[in-house]
Design a binder for this molecule. Structure first.
Ligand SMILES: CC(C)(COP(=O)(O)OP(=O)(O)OC[C@H]1O[C@@H](n2cnc3c(N)ncnc32)[C@H](O)[C@@H]1OP(=O)(O)O)[C@@H](O)C(=O)NCCC(=O)NCCS
Length: 376
């Protein structure tokens, strides 16, 4: 690593952006200047999408028009040929692999595929944001051998996704929890997947290519994949009574504990408390609070021992699990929300573009003498 740098581009400012601000010391997260706590309390995911794309809160009339275009069944519906592609995939394909393939495939069916203008990118961003939930839910139905559930334009994005995935009407608490989870995951400044999207967009490539890059980056366990790993940890621990001993041993073994730590936050991630509260409420409603109890014990020990705090991924999985969502769908759900931020960043990048092309500090050999093959 060159100079004084800490590696991994830590603390490196890559560019200016008006979209999202993280105060890592105070534990504050702002979207377009609005505190995420206020958005959780007063807003909806759809309104947050508008805010991220347009830079300000909508009027009633603007919100109604936005809800209509984002929620239209025709916008949410997948092209039939894409469904045929999904059906052709091996059943064991993981949901994140399906999402990566599906986002890329959506591009070729998009009427604006060849148009990289700002207007066309906005239309494609709308379709991507409307269709990702349908794609994720469709794969869940296909791999379980169940009939697909058509999108319902009368439902919010959160309620419609839960209904399409499960085939049942979700409870109001499930819808509320899911909507809040979507708000909390919608953007997070220059995280790895957003940076991947911006690097791709900065070559003046199209939005589908940028979002495909982002999905690939999100898949890794140090980023979006962490919420799945947290639930696997809960499953290993099995019971709240065993949690303290399990986590103490894990820390003694120098294990990396998923759902903790952050490159930017030095305090608890402001998103974690909302998910803790909602996961607790949902657990109570479903009559099983053991996952949250396990996570609370793990959080107490990790915080006391290592001074590393919970991040957004610690409690989201427990909430999703209470809704009956399979663990390997947690990261695709992250993408259903983050696509709003990714597309906002692609549009911002395109609006004031310069190719992102850093340098490396070369540490290899120089001046080696070439030895012909038969003399090596
Ligand atoms: C998010 C994450 C990748 C950020 O990592 P980073 O900024 O590169 O920080 P580092 O990996 O350099 O960690 C700094 C120190 O804290 C420790 N640490 C950080 N996160 C840790 C965790 N989750 N469990 C145990 N130790 C952790 C590291 O071991 C390291 O200690 P050391 O200096 O004694 O070696 C990291 O915290 C992590 O792996 N967390 C678990 C995965 C996760 O939950 N990701 C979702 C993020 S929203």
């Amino acid at each position: 690593m060159s100079g004084e740098g800490k590696g991994g581009l830590e603390d490196v400012v890559v560019s200016t952006s008006d979209i999202c601000f993280i105060d890592g010391r105070e534990g504050r997260l702002l979207y377009r200047g609005f505190d995420v706590n206020d958005l959780v309390e007063h807003s909806s995911f759809e309104e947050v999408v508008y805010l991220l794309w347009h830079g300000g809160l909508p009027s009633r009339k603007e919100l109604d028009a936005h809800l209509k275009s984002l929620g239209a069944a025709a916008t949410r519906r997948l092209p039939p040929k894409l469904i045929a592609i999904l059906r052709a995939l091996p059943r064991k394909t993981t949901p994140m692999e399906v999402l990566r393939t599906g986002v890329s495939a959506l591009a070729v069916f998009d009427p604006d595929a060849a148009d990289n203008s700002r207007e066309a990118t906005a239309r494609k961003s709308l379709r991507l944001t409307a269709r990702l939930p349908t794609l994720v839910a469709a794969w869940e139905r296909i791999r379980r051998g169940r009939p697909l559930v058509a999108p319902n334009s009368k439902l919010s994005l959160a309620a419609n996704f839960l209904a399409m995935m499960s085939g049942r009407t979700p409870t109001p608490l499930e819808v509320k929890t899911f909507d809040v989870a979507l708000i909390l995951h919608a953007d997070h400044e220059f995280n790895a997947s957003t940076f991947a999207a911006r690097v791709t967009a900065a070559t003046m490539s199209d939005v589908h290519s940028a979002i495909t890059s982002a999905v690939g980056a999100l898949k890794g366990p140090l980023h979006g994949g962490a919420n799945e790993q947290v639930m696997r940890m809960v499953e290993q621990i099995k019971s709240p009574a065993l949690a303290e001993a399990w986590i103490r041993k894990a820390l003694a073994d120098k294990a990396r504990v998923m759902g903790f730590g952050h490159r930017v936050y030095r305090v608890e991630d402001p998103r974690a408390k909302h998910l803790r509260r909602l996961a607790t409420e949902l657990g109570r409603q479903m009559g099983d609070t053991s996952a949250v109890a396990i996570l609370n014990t793990v959080a107490r020990v990790v915080t006391e021992d290592k001074h590393i705090y919970p991040n957004v991924d610690l409690y989201s999985g427990a909430a999703y699990k209470s809704m009956g969502i399979p663990t390997d769908q947690f990261t695709p759900i992250f993408a259903i929300s983050r696509v709003a931020g990714w597309t906002a960043h692609v549009m911002e990048q395109h609006a004031n573009n310069r190719l992102i092309r850093p340098r490396s500090e070369y540490t290899g050999s120089t001046h080696l003498a070439y030895v012909p093959l038969d003399r090596r």
